[in-house]
Design a protein. Structure first.
Length: 384
């Protein structure tokens, strides 16, 4: 692999802290970091890296604003500020999606669409988000605006599609809150079905604007296959997929399981998950909307049983409610996937004190050039 030149925007952007460090060295540093946090629980397998660690992000987000001369710019916030760093080229984001964002940026002037300014609370368009299904080729453009009224929207859609006929859907997302969240709750479909579909682990998934979907599909397949291997399913097990998003892990594991129950907080993701099970003609999977901790608590209180629990919480990790109910449910195996080894280490401390032993630890490099680390851990109930 021929490495690209060091990114010129890296210092200001702050997203790729490993810029300037050869990829092999990044992998070593990540292994070391995982070792520091998790080696007390078990042996760590060599990290799974990428063959070509560039342009891997299938989701590209840009903030819109103006420079001092009044020109429209698109980019990201400078670390710890609300100043926009213009991004012309990014080595980790999908190229096509970047090109679409640049087209939109350059269209705004002729359409007289103002970018939103937080300080003066003036203007319309805040962000653009592009998601591309790497397998399907489907592309979703989400225009995030402070108002549902988008002037000459039909012509805008037409002009954008003329430049990029590969776009399969365009959504207007309304976010009128003063918040660091990119997306608001309301989506208005301007073109196409309002979602994209993509294939992962041989299954089809529908992805809505607000649903979580892993950003590095190549490594996600490796991560999920690891997780499913760690679960040692024989075809009979009662499986829980906690923090399931659009149901990816549970659906990918369903062929090897008896039944799968997914639990997820985000309503849109749960709706996607239910439709995904249908689309893949999977009959042994159910999904519930709610807090994973509360769901587990109810299961434990009802005296229900589970053989295997997959858990894939957000960066903050799981919580006491979830973990103590998990221990009460006494599944034979727990497969814990995490994008933050610090909170994972904290949760593993809890579980290893309450009757679980760590069997395997597999880091996967989901985010080359950044300092994020993903890790899959297999736990087994220890008979006491
Ligand atoms: N397993 C999925 C999603 C992982 S991301 C995948 O691999 O694609 C974590 C998910 O946890 C997000 O979808 C988020 O909406 C959900 N979540 C966050 N807090 C939660 C809670 N308290 N209970 C249930 N789900 C939660």
């Amino acid at each position: 692999m021929e490495p690209l030149e060091t990114c010129k925007t890296a210092k200001k952007c702050g997203g790729c802290r490993y810029q300037g460090i050869p990829y092999e060295e990044q992998l070593k540093q990540k292994e070391k970091q995982v070792g520091k946090l998790l080696s007390k629980y078990g042996k760590i397998s060599p990290i799974i890296g990428m063959e070509y660690p560039y342009y891997y992000r299938n989701k590209v987000h840009a903030i819109l604003g103006r420079d001092r001369k009044g020109n429209v710019i698109s980019g990201i916030y400078e670390a710890n500020t609300h100043r926009i760093v213009p991004v012309e080229e990014c080595q980790i984001e999908d190229k096509k999606s970047q090109a679409i964002i640049h087209t939109i940026r350059d269209m705004l002037k002729s359409f007289k669409i103002k970018t939103y300014d937080e300080d003066s609370d003036y203007g319309l368009l805040r962000h653009v988000l592009v998601r591309r299904g790497f397998h399907s080729g489907e592309i979703m453009v989400v225009l995030v605006a402070v108002s549902p009224i988008f002037p000459s929207k039909n012509n805008f859609v037409k002009a954008l599609r003329k430049e990029h006929p590969e776009i399969t859907t365009i959504v207007l997302n309304v976010n009128d809150k003063r918040t660091s969240m990119v997306l608001g709750e309301r989506n208005i479909t301007l073109y196409g079905p309002g979602f994209i579909k993509d294939t992962l682990c041989g299954k089809r998934f529908r992805i809505s604007p607000n649903s979580f979907y892993q950003v590095n599909p190549v490594q996600t397949e490796r991560l999920y296959r690891t997780a499913i291997r760690f679960a040692e399913l024989s075809g009979k097990e009662t499986v829980i997929d906690a923090y399931c998003g659009i149901g990816t892990i549970g659906i990918a594991a369903s062929e090897s399981a008896g039944t799968v129950t997914g639990i997820e907080l985000n309503r849109e993701a749960v709706r996607d998950a239910i439709l995904n099970a249908k689309e893949n003609q999977i009959k042994n999977v159910r999904f519930h909307q709610g807090d994973a901790g509360e769901f587990m608590e109810e299961m434990a209180a009802a005296g229900e049983h589970a053989d295997v629990v997959f858990m894939d919480p957000p960066r903050a990790g799981s919580d006491e409610k979830f973990l103590s109910s998990l221990v009460k449910l006494q599944p034979e195996r727990v497969v814990y996937i995490s994008c933050n080894p610090e909170t994972q280490a904290r949760d593993l401390q809890f579980l290893t004190r309450k009757g679980y032993g760590v069997r395997q630890i597999q880091p996967v490099d989901m985010f080359p050039w950044t300092d994020s680390i993903e890790c899959c851990v297999a736990l087994q109930r220890v008979d006491q």
